[in-house]
Design a protein around this ligand. Structure first.
Ligand SMILES: Cc1cc2nc3c(=O)[nH]c(=O)nc-3n(C[C@H](O)[C@H](O)[C@H](O)COP(=O)(O)O)c2cc1C
Length: 326
């Protein structure tokens, strides 16, 4: 039997080595709270909490606190050439610290400034990486752990399988979390036996009763197989894992020729990325929540293979826990 206690669970003060990964637009407060209440740690996605689910950021955190007093985390997407976005993120991080959040998952960019800001409170920063060169940079920035995003992940998947990525990152000596492909308890057991300190799940938690995504989206996850997951550049400009629906088949998965040309240009790239960020935020919000949405951009990873029913979070977590305890 594999022990549920790892370096990650000890650092974060949680019972199970399971992170409910941040998901734009699917991270609603009730879902985050349910993952934490069941012994894992739910991660808040600030844009999802405010823009999609309509909470003032601080009030949203307090609402989650009323649902559970267990630890929660916050996702900070830190790559941005926009000063306004950076200032907004700094404010969100400060509010999160004031509200007692002590776990931060950083994505893209250099996490050094986040580490410097939160470390004095004893908070931990784990950084999303898809290959060794980003991990080296994160280590130099002082992070406390790595989230290894592999080629089976939902969201922006990495290029490498879980085993290969672990071998590349293990020599750095930090706790490493496996993100991607964990749909059923056997996947968790396998990740821990590779040597991972924990797992980060996204897709599995969309197909739960607490997630407020539309029933059509949840059904599509339950029915999909790994082969139904394709990478599309049309939504955010970089490959995003989505379910191959009739809509995706019709519009294709490659960015249009003008968009591609603009993404290549040094001056136009920034403009095009900003355009994609705003447009995709609106499109994904509509496609995920609106039961009548016809443009079916449904993000999901290859973990769909192990997901066979919509269940309450507590049941999902109990099944994972049962696979670890004798
Ligand atoms: C719908 C969806 C939205 C996501 N949004 C984000 C995000 O905003 N920030 C982030 O760091 N990761 C995001 N991810 C990645 C997840 O946090 C997690 O790493 C990933 O889903 C793990 O793969 P799995 O879906 O196979 O479990 C998203 C994933 C999905 C499925």
């Amino acid at each position: 039997m594999t022990s549920p206690q790892t370096r990650m669970t000890r650092e974060l003060g949680i019972a199970l080595p399971i992170i409910g990964g941040a998901m734009y637009p699917c991270s609603n407060p009730e879902l985050i709270a349910a993952v934490s209440a069941a012994g894992g740690i739910g991660v808040v996605q600030p844009v999802s909490l405010t823009f999609v689910h309509g909470h003032d950021f601080r009030e949203g955190l307090r609402y989650i606190r009323r649902l559970t007093d267990r630890p929660i985390g916050m996702n900070a997407l830190i790559e941005s050439s926009s000063r306004i976005y950076r200032e907004r993120m700094e404010k969100w991080i400060d509010i999160a610290l004031e509200e007692g959040v002590r776990f931060f998952v950083t994505s893209l960019g250099n996490p050094r400034w986040v580490v410097q800001r939160v470390e004095p409170t004893g908070a931990r920063v784990y950084h999303d990486v898809t290959e060794r060169k980003w991990a080296d940079k994160a280590l130099a920035g002082g992070v406390h752990g790595l989230i290894a995003v592999n080629s089976r992940a939902g969201g922006h998947a990495g290029p490498k399988p879980a085993g290969q990525l672990f071998d590349e990152l293990a020599p750095l000596g930090l706790p490493i979390v496996c993100a991607g492909g964990i749909g059923e308890p056997a996947d968790l057991v396998e990740a821990l036996s590779i040597g991972y300190d924990g797992v980060q799940l996204g897709t599995r938690f969309i197909a739960t009763t607490e997630c407020t995504a539309s029933d059509a989206y949840k059904r599509a996850i339950v029915e999909a197989d790994a082969d139904d997951i394709v990478l599309s550049e049309r939504i955010t400009g970089v490959p995003l894992a989505v379910i191959r629906t009739p809509y995706i088949e019709r519009v294709g998965t490659k960015a249009g020729s003008i968009a591609r040309w603009m993404l290549r240009g040094r001056r136009t790239r920034h403009w095009m990325r900003s355009f994609y960020a705003v447009r995709s935020a609106i499109q994904l919000r509509k496609a995920s929540l609106d039961p009548k949405a016809t443009q079916d951009f449904w993000q999901a990873g290859k973990s769909v293979a192990g997901i066979d029913a919509v269940k309450p979070v507590a049941q999902v977590m109990r099944e994972f826990a049962d696979a670890l305890t004798p």
